[in-house]
Design a protein around this ligand. Structure first.
Ligand SMILES: Nc1ncnc2c1ncn2[C@@H]1O[C@H](COP(=O)(O)OP(=O)(O)OP(=O)(O)O)[C@@H](O)[C@H]1O
Ligand SMILES: [Mg+2]
Length: 256
């Protein structure tokens, strides 16, 4: 019984989890997260939403083990591929930009191309004079800079490559913020397909993406204010429902 109790209380080596986690940045009176409980289930597609500054990126960094909580316990996602909101843009060839997702994995160019294809990024190669060998920086001879959206796809391909190399969990903080709405939907569909059976933690501001999740967690005021499926949260008529209404009316407005 005691072993069972321990496994319930302590987030172990498995899925990422926060147990009564509080975290604040030095020099700020108000903590960003207050006794947050969030356990990700194996194979779950979890979306985290919240207004700017709600603490979503802070939560991702805790799960990734980059920050230590002031109190509570974090089950860090050691087995995760993480795409941070401020993802890395290496001034290296495209091949290396993807392969750095799992440097020790002896992936071939076919594996690199498969990862790029998984996030709908193969057309990117058309603008690169030396294919996968093209340095992604104009400061190199024959190098090319990428657009924000193209960089984002490269960062996602890097994570897909890491999954192919054996990581089980994918955590993505606004994976598609630089992409237009239609591209985001396409990329996300592919990503869902490609990560079937794996655990996915997704931060997004777009409900077209979020609504597909098994569970949606709404962060507000430093805590999990609401959680449930899309339909459930709409029926609840709270923050999520208001946010959904606002986005729907904005989209209707732009389509007029
Ligand atoms: N390095 C830092 N030092 C001090 N304060 C920070 C730092 N990073 C974030 N904060 C503050 O912590 C709060 C939560 O920030 P966080 O980046 O986690 O929010 P977020 O939900 O990811 O927002 P967004 O939707 O804009 O990405 C904000 O008030 C922010 O100003
Ligand atoms: Mg953020």
């Amino acid at each position: 019984a005691s072993a069972r109790a321990a496994s319930v209380a302590e987030p172990g080596a498995g899925e990422p989890a926060l147990v009564k986690v509080s975290f604040g940045y030095p020099g700020r009176a108000e903590p960003v997260l207050k006794e947050v409980d969030l356990r990700v289930r194996p194979g779950e597609r979890l979306a985290v939403v919240g207004l700017n500054g709600a603490g979503k990126t802070t939560l991702v960094k805790l799960l990734a083990g980059l920050y230590a909580p002031q109190s509570g316990t974090v089950g860090t996602a050691r087995d995760a591929a993480v795409v941070f909101q401020d993802f890395a843009r290496y001034p290296l060839p495209l091949r290396d930009n993807v392969r750095l997702g799992a440097p020790a994995h002896g992936g071939t160019d076919a594996d690199v191309l498969a990862a790029l294809a998984a996030v709908d990024a193969l057309d990117l190669l058309e603008g690169l004079p030396h294919g996968l060998d093209t340095p992604l920086s104009r400061s190199f001879t024959g190098g090319r800079d990428l657009s924000g959206g193209q960089w984002q796809k490269v960062a996602l391909a890097r994570a897909v490559y890491a999954l192919d190399a054996g990581r089980r969990i994918l955590i993505v903080d606004e994976p598609t913020a630089h992409l237009d709405a239609r591209t985001e939907q396409e990329v996300f569909e592919r990503l869902l397909e490609r990560t079937r059976g794996r655990t996915l933690v997704l931060i997004s501001h777009r409900f077209v993406t979020v609504r597909r999740a098994d569970r949606i967690v709404v962060l507000d005021g430093g805590t999990v204010a609401e959680q449930g499926g899309h339909a459930e949260l709409l029926a609840m008529g709270g923050r999520y429902a208001r946010w959904h209404r606002l986005q729907t009316s904005l989209i209707a407005g732009t389509n007029r």
